[in-house]
Design a protein around this ligand. Structure first.
Ligand code: FES
Ligand SMILES: [Fe+2]
Length: 341
């Protein structure tokens, strides 16, 4: 049984101490499973540099710098099921324990104190999730369609210069669709958003809305404008399942923003569809990349980059009941407005 550490906030962290401590006790994805194979890879979560490696003992997520002289372990490699540091060749097993100090010879006893700081890790839905704290506040989201053979799945990942909360709010927001996505799926002729209710769930929020969208998820096979049903399920703090039902069938978009730092995120997106499974996924992937780029151009230029939790700081329109509910949810969690950058 691997014993995990919990992390302390780096002195150079871009988060307030309050927010860092709350977010450290949540699950966040740090890599696509497909990225972690025969090489150790680097990631950053909440300003903490991490190393991720895979052995027969499973996935290990640890602090990136070697406890010997601080070398970057992502410059190392895997050999005989151990992580080898590139600087003096210290070997680490799946629990992070050093097993060999080559300069002292194979027979030398290795101190039990010579080990990496490892964190709770889980592999689910094609993602590697990590929690830097001892007690994850929310469960991993329930994204079962990704594990059903009924659906075809693609994965995307991109980095944005904004906060995780600004991205999450944008993903939950429906009123922007006819404006920034007019060239992809939401015709400008249907900007009006009907009334909807937001439900509180055990782990976040839920709402559903019918809108006039193009029944399309590629540029190549565009359908007609029709009434589509969008169902949003938020798992706090930054994971969303969007289920879109149209005449084509059901398409899910699972989206999660990882707070790399207070104003930098890595977005992981998984899409699942139960139609057009014989068509090339490259068209489907390309369409989503264009949609994401439409969002990125707006969201990276919102000011401030943090999400104002003081509700008087921005003006709200009727469709913002979801954004207001999300901001309140962050406040209930104890998150305080980040400022000063
Ligand atoms: S710094 Fe890693 S082995 Fe010396
Ligand atoms: Fe959007």
């Amino acid at each position: 049984m691997m014993s995990n550490d919990h992390c302390v906030q780096p002195v150079t962290s871009t988060f307030s101490e309050n927010n860092w401590n709350i977010l450290a006790n949540c699950w966040h994805p740090v890599a696509l499973s497909s990225e972690v194979s025969e090489k150790p890879i680097a990631a950053t979560l909440l300003d903490v540099p991490l190393i991720i490696y895979r052995t027969s003992g499973g996935i290990t997520v640890a602090k990136r710098n070697c406890p010997h002289r601080g070398a970057d372990l992502s410059q190392g490699w895997l050999k005989d099921d151990q992580l080898v540091c590139a600087y003096h060749g210290l070997h680490y097993d799946s629990s992070g324990q050093c097993t060999l100090v080559p300069a002292e010879g194979h027979d030398a006893k290795v101190s039990l104190k010579l080990r990496l700081s490892t964190f709770q890790a889980a592999e689910r839905y094609g993602l590697i999730w990590a929690c830097l704290g001892s007690e994850p506040r929310f469960s991993l989201p329930d994204w079962n369609p990704l594990e059903s053979s009924e659906y075809q799945v693609i994965e995307l990942s991109t980095e944005w210069r904004t906060s995780a909360a600004r991205h999450t709010e944008n993903f939950l927001d429906i009123a922007h669709a006819a404006w920034i996505h007019a060239d992809t799926f939401a015709p400008r002729d249907y900007p009006e958003i009907g009334k909807f209710d937001v439900e509180q769930t055990a782990e976040g929020l839920y709402y559903e809305i019918k809108t006039m969208f193009l029944a399309a998820n590629t540029f190549e096979y565009k359908g007609a404008v029709e009434e589509c049903l969008s169902e949003y399920t938020l798992t706090m703090p930054y994971s969303i399942c969007l289920k879109v039902t149209s005449s084509l069938g059901v398409e899910y978009i699972f989206d999660v923003a990882t707070p790399v730092s207070a104003d930098r995120i890595r977005i992981f997106m998984l899409k699942a569809r139960n139609f057009d499974k014989d068509k090339p996924v490259s068209d489907w992937l390309h369409f989503q990349e264009v949609v994401n780029e439409e969002d990125r151009k707006i969201v990276e230029n919102q000011y401030p980059a943090y999400l104002p939790l003081d509700l008087s700081q921005e003006f709200h329109i009727r469709a913002d009941i979801i954004s207001i509910a999300y901001r309140r949810k962050l406040s209930e969690l104890g998150i305080q407005q980040e400022g000063g950058y």
